[in-house]
Design a protein around this ligand. Structure first.
Ligand SMILES: C[S@@+](CC[C@H](N)C(=O)[O-])C[C@H]1O[C@@H](n2cnc3c(N)ncnc32)[C@H](O)[C@@H]1O
Ligand code: SF4
Length: 401
């Protein structure tokens, strides 16, 4: 497998498309006007800076109510957007005082029907009985914890100082209040994988959803030895089989559910035709081939909350991005004619047993789930190569005429 680089995230997988997005003047309010879809609200605050974390976050230096007032100012601009599914991500959303959640939720409830799923991300630290009771009473029905690992030694390496016992206690508490409890677990961890052990513990606690991500190494973690790609593949498949044997199925390439966690929000990532409105600094979103991005930094956001930048991808390239994004669900419907756009990546995937093709369905095998971001990246390169070579051929033949 030495010849192929293992791609670990969907951002990286689809990154080549970003070279062809063009900044346009279209106002995000116009894009989202009278539409319905998912809303993502970014709460970028963390009290700790976990050594391994690659996400955008800030230490809170201003009163949270100032931040939430800015969020509300932005939400008012998108009043006609109906929220089907709501996700508070971070950072650590549960750092917000509960009355601040109430301000946001009241606004959304007044303007939309109640969303079918309202998720909140939390650390184990920033979660307690009082918060659980109040947040659940506001209608939040899904909570997702960044557990990373239950193992005390691994937690210490990752910069998590609370112990396994406390993690389990908090998850049990969460189960009393929320319809759906989900956890994030990491593999490709320093020294070795303990993924199977962690998956067993998560299942024993009875969580409904389990997300499994390979650790992406940043500067702070780079000096640690970590498992080879072959070891990671083996350990992922071992965990996959255990999940399957215990009634969990994949909803996307890295999220497993016991059937109770429908994780509706994830569909707005994999199906680009479904609008996703990001609110808050660092938040992104899309409506078909338009995407929006908010600049980082809370101080800037509080001064001027409504400054997302709009980008456009051409209709032709969007067709490719849409097909490839669907792969993150684990399978895509693809017409024979479209397969030719991805000929070399699909034949490699068949050869390596990453996929099976049944009628018009291209289905990832368990091994393919592990390699999905890599396959998506190869499909992206295939698609762009073919698109630009046919474009240049057209231009050449026009010039000849
Ligand atoms: C916003 S955090 C989850 C909520 C909360 N902040 C926490 O950490 O408990 C989202 C998830 O991104 C994943 N993540 C962060 N840094 C990562 C990295 N370097 N590589 C892979 N996944 C990472 C972690 O699994 C983390 O739980
Ligand atoms: S709490 Fe979560 S978002 Fe914050 S630094 Fe740690 S992993 Fe990153």
């Amino acid at each position: 497998m030495k010849d192929i680089v293992w791609i670990k995230t969907h951002h990286h997988a689809l990154a080549p498309f970003n070279n062809f997005r063009r900044k346009v003047d279209t106002k995000p309010t116009q894009l989202f006007k009278n539409r319905k879809g998912a809303m993502y609200i970014h709460v970028p605050f963390c009290l700790q800076n976990c050594r391994f974390c690659i996400l955008y976050k800030e230490y809170p230096t201003l009163p949270y109510e100032h931040y939430v007032s800015a969020i509300l100012r932005e939400l008012r601009k998108f009043r006609s957007f109906k929220v089907e599914v709501l996700y508070f991500g971070g950072g650590t959303p549960t750092l917000l005082p509960t009355q601040e959640f109430k301000r946001i939720l009241n606004f959304i409830y007044e303007n939309s029907n109640k969303p079918i799923e309202i998720s909140v991300e939390s650390t184990i630290n920033e979660f307690n009985k009082d918060k659980a009771e109040i947040l659940a009473s506001f209608g939040i029905n899904r909570i997702s914890f960044g557990v990373q690992s239950f193992n005390d030694k691994m937690r210490a390496i990752l910069g998590r100082w609370n112990k396994e016992k406390e993690v389990i206690k908090k998850l049990e508490l969460a189960k009393e209040y929320f319809e759906v409890v989900s956890v994030d677990l990491l593999y490709n961890t320093p020294y070795e994988n303990i993924l199977l052990d962690d998956v067993k513990k998560a299942i024993k606690v009875g969580v409904d959803g389990i997300s499994i991500y390979p650790l992406v190494y940043n500067k702070a973690m780079n000096s640690y030895p970590h498992p080879s790609v072959e070891e990671n593949e083996r350990d992922f498949l071992e965990a996959y089989n255990y999940l399957l044997e215990h009634g969990y199925r994949h909803l996307s390439i890295n999220h497993f559910s016991n059937g109770k966690d429908e994780f509706h929000y994830s569909k707005y990532f994999t199906r680009l035709e479904k609008p996703l409105l990001g609110i808050g600094p660092g938040a992104g979103g899309h409506v078909e081939n338009h995407s929006i991005f908010h600049p980082h930094h809370t101080r800037h956001y509080i001064k001027s909350p409504y400054t997302p930048i709009t980008f456009l991808l051409s209709e032709e390239l969007y067709k490719g991005e849409k097909i490839i994004s669907k792969l993150f669900e684990g399978e895509i419907s693809i017409k024979k004619a479209e397969i030719t756009n991805f000929a070399s990546s699909i034949s490699l995937a068949l050869e390596r047993k990453w996929i099976e093709i049944k009628r018009n369905r291209l289905i990832l095998t368990p091994r393919g789930l592990f390699w999905a971001n890599t396959l998506a990246h190869l499909m992206t390169l295939d698609f762009l190569r073919l698109y630009f070579s046919s474009l240049s051929q057209n231009m050449l033949s026009k010039n000849k005429k």
